[in-house]
Design a protein around this ligand. Structure first.
Ligand code: NDP
Length: 484
């Protein structure tokens, strides 16, 4: 029988911590629906312990040299890589994603973030501003206690992407994973402490929106970084505003992937598949509106259907499996509903469209063609393996249609004409863009959205600004010229 029971539900003040009076959380393996761990929601006492230890520990942590903080994060990155196989298996049990994905994408990307911000921390400096005798200088200071709240699609990567810049800049963090996937963040806490992180600096508390809400409202918290849906983002942003807290909002999308008729067909088809079927479509930056220029449309759809038919769905722990189940019965029901709506509204089903028979929560990789801009499938985020293909004729037309959405997370363009690639990307309203590539998110590159898809950026140097604040210091070098 599969089990993934952690030592305890929470990780607080440097150790695993249990409080069995909290409401029960049953963690299931999405492939079978079997319960693999039983946890408890954080009680107010657990939340208090986490916040108090974070506030206490942050002061000494911020006083360390950045290179010393970085050394610990770097060690944690190495430990993650050493334990890669074990961590990938846990991520697969928690999320249902194929082991061939979790081995290369999830924890490895988290380790990259820890390594990157470990190296970046000592390079963050201020500036001096000459003022004709007097001068001013600036310091980048930590914010204090940061709260991280995660979604269920990349639970360990999300925890690392938030913890790494926060800790590198001298903050403490209290992290609440999604109740659906609570296991990876506990491992991150364990590994960070094994690497030498002092107690209290990275705490994990379990629970749903209510726990996230309590953390967000606490006056000791200086910043909230959320990865989640747009409606949750609006609620958390509003709650944070009450306390004038900093926020990073990594929210949903309905991103355009535009394929011009001069594009390399195999590359464009491959990117559209990656951008809709990887992680069974549960990726926020997916290019779920695939705009294909009319001249290439028939060939594009034919190759897409051929290659989609070859996708190997099955047991996520089998190394040959390329495509796993959705994370939960609720998500499965939601995605199947969107498929029904798309058919009812007149989209043409090219392939897929049914529940998969490989296990619980499977949905076949699905492609709809002749999708129009007003259809639900073109407007709402599905968060499942459902690709919408839309036709277009001209550059101006496709740009206007691509931008006609509340979202602005990502966008992609495939064309052999690089001048056109840059020109089109320049006019698209999206925070993260690709030309002749899709969904690659290296830690060196900023990641985040515009419009309703959020604000702030993760990864890259840009994240430093979102986990620190600027202090300006004026230094008077002469007498004070007071007029009285
Ligand atoms: P949700 O918005 O439902 O939840 C996100 C997190 O917020 C969960 O931990 C949730 O707790 C918590 N939460 C819910 N309500 C509140 C509240 N009032 N206060 C504080 N915290 C709260 O998103 P999902 O988990 O369903 O994830 C899917 C969504 O995430 C998609 O829309 C997707 O696009 C987006 N996403 C965005 C990414 C990005 O970087 N832009 C990356 C990945 C996903 P719980 O669920 O445990 O109740």
């Amino acid at each position: 029988m599969l089990t993934a029971q952690p030592t305890a539900s929470h990780f607080v003040d440097g150790r695993y911590h249990e409080d069995a009076t909290g409401a029960a959380i049953a963690v299931t393996y999405p492939h079978t629906g079997a319960v693999i761990a039983r946890l408890h929601t954080a009680t107010p006492a657990v939340i208090e312990l986490a916040l108090a230890s974070a506030a206490r520990a942050q002061v000494e942590w911020a006083a360390l040299r950045p290179v010393e903080r970085g050394r610990i994060l770097r060690r944690a990155a190495d430990l993650i890589r050493d334990r890669g196989a074990e961590l990938a298996r846990l991520e697969t049990l928690d999320t249902g994603k194929p082991i061939q994905e979790t081995e290369v994408a999830d924890w490895p990307s988290g380790a990259d973030a820890l390594e990157y911000f470990a190296g970046l921390a000592p390079t963050v400096t201020g500036e001096t501003i000459p003022l004709g005798g007097d001068f001013a200088y600036t310091l980048r200071e930590p914010l204090g206690v940061c709260v991280g709240i995660g979604a269920w699609n990349y639970p360990s990567q999300i925890a690392c992407w938030k913890a790494a810049p926060a800790l590198a800049m001298g903050n403490a963090m209290v992290f609440k994973p999604s109740e659906v996937t609570p296991l990876g963040a506990l491992k991150l806490a364990e590994i960070l402490h094994q690497a030498g992180l002092p107690a209290g600096l990275f705490n994990v508390v379990q629970g749903g929106g209510a726990v996230g809400g309590q953390l967000t409202r606490d006056p000791r918290v200086a910043k909230v970084s959320l990865t989640g849906s747009v409606p949750t983002g609006a609620r958390v942003y509003a709650a944070a505003a009450e306390g004038m807290k900093h926020v990073t909002m990594e929210l949903g999308g309905k991103s355009p992937l535009i394929v011009f008729d001069d594009a390399n067909l195999e590359d464009a088809v491959g990117a559209a598949m990656l951008g809709n079927f990887y992680s069974s479509g549960q990726v926020c930056s997916n290019g779920t509106r695939v705009f294909v220029q009319r001249g290439i449309k028939a060939r594009f759809l034919a190759r897409l259907a051929e290659r989609t038919a070859l996708i190997r769905a099955g047991d996520p722990l089998d190394r040959e499996t390329q495509f796993g189940p959705l994370v939960s019965p609720a998500q499965h029901a939601k995605v199947m509903d969107y498929i029904r709506i798309a058919q009812a509204e007149g989209a043409r089903l090219v392939c897929g469209g049914a529940a998969g028979r490989e296990g619980a929560n499977f949905v076949q990789p699905t492609v709809f063609a002749e999708v129009t801009d007003t259809m639900t499938l073109a407007r709402e985020e599905v968060f499942g393996p459902v690709m919408a293909v839309l036709d277009f004729d001209t550059e101006d037309e496709v740009i206007a249609r691509a931008n006609a959405t509340q979202f602005g997370l990502a966008a992609g363009v495939f064309t052999a004409d690089l001048a056109r690639g840059h020109r089109v990307i320049g006019r698209l309203q999206a925070g993260t863009c690709w030309i002749n590539a899709y969904n690659l998110t290296p830690v060196e590159m900023p990641f985040g959205g515009v419009k309703a898809s959020g604000l702030g950026r993760e990864n890259s140097r840009a994240a430093i600004e979102h986990y620190s604040q600027l202090k300006a210091v004026y230094v008077g070098m002469g007498p004070v010229a007071a007029p009285y």
